[in-house]
Design a protein around this ligand. Structure first.
Ligand code: MF3
Ligand code: CO
Ligand code: CO
Length: 282
């Protein structure tokens, strides 16, 4: 439930949260980041995505949090697990498209997307993992997608626009001869899962609503090695690339501060990127 005293809507219909609300997002973001840190060692060849999801659900409950995706629009799992040419919303336990089981194999690149609710606040984040050793082209895609998200986040400050975020991501991805998925976007969040605005991962510099302190939203670019078009499988959830090219995604939940950005879902252990060395923390 939305508390009536918390925040207000701006002219663009985007919620402006109170300074005190950052603490709620920080707590939710920490839980999801910790779950994503701890699932990493389990993403290995042979493991079944159903098992990864049940571990995730167990960790979410153990943290005293609630899964936001269980029961959401009929979805029944605590994560989305999207392998190789699956763009997003891969269903744990379903056969990996093109295979006879949900078991991971060497060289698979895997996005795991988890959303939790802590004291009514939503934390939403996803990362890429590699089962075994990635091929060079897959590793390159994962690196480009991570860096594209960070290019978008680097635009976030009061006075910038949502178009700046999309333009920065698109410029970076296309400079590396990759494509930006148009069919899915980031979103406002807070005490709700999906709110205004739609956060596009492509766009024009200076276009779109202006960022203000107190806005909370996700940035979650999906980047393909091939063409950007997607298709939904018969399960009504799983989105795949039409040309079956590899796709990667990273997602953070962020807040606009007085001077820039706070990343609510940063990894406590510095493990957000799958292969770079952990960031030292002081
Ligand atoms: N976590 C996804 C997002 O980034 C949404 C998943 S909804 C589900 O917005 F129902 F598919 F889980
Ligand atoms: Co999201
Ligand atoms: Co998500």
């Amino acid at each position: 439930m939305e508390s009536p005293s918390s925040g207000r809507l701006n002219r663009d219909g985007i919620k402006i949260h109170d300074p005190a609300d950052f603490a709620g997002m920080r707590a939710a973001g920490r839980v999801v980041a910790d779950v994503l840190d701890r699932i990493g060692p389990l993403v290995v060849p042979g493991v079944e995505t159903a098992m990864l999801d049940s571990e995730i659900h167990r960790m979410v409950r153990e943290a005293g949090a609630t899964s936001a995706t269980v029961g959401y629009k009929g979805y029944r799992h605590a994560s989305c697990i999207s392998v190789n040419h699956v763009v997003c919303h891969g269903i744990p336990g379903n056969k990996i498209p093109g295979r006879s089981s949900d078991a991971l194999r060497d060289e698979d690149i895997v996005n795991i997307d988890v959303t939790v609710i802590v004291d009514g606040w939503y934390g939403d984040s996803s990362r890429m993992y590699v089962a075994g050793t990635a091929s060079r082209k897959a590793e390159r895609l994962v690196d480009i997608t991570h860096d594209a998200l960070m290019e978008g986040i680097a635009q976030v400050r009061p006075g910038a626009t949502f178009g700046d975020i999309g333009a920065a991501i698109q410029r970076f991805a296309e400079a590396h001869r990759c494509s930006v998925v148009r069919d899915f976007c980031g979103h406002g969040l807070g005490r709700v899962f999906h709110a205004a605005p739609n956060v596009l991962h492509y766009g024009r510099w200076g276009a779109g609503p202006i960022l203000e302190p107190g806005m909370f939203f996700t940035i979650e670019p999906m980047i393909n090695l091939g063409r950007p078009e997607t298709r939904i499988l018969d399960d009504d959830w799983t989105a795949v690339t039409r040309d079956r090219s590899l796709s990667a995604q990273f997602e953070h939940s962020v807040g606009v501060t007085e001077t820039g950005v706070e990343i609510f879902t940063a990894s406590p252990a510095g493990l957000f990127h799958p292969t770079s060395a952990p960031t030292p923390r002081g």
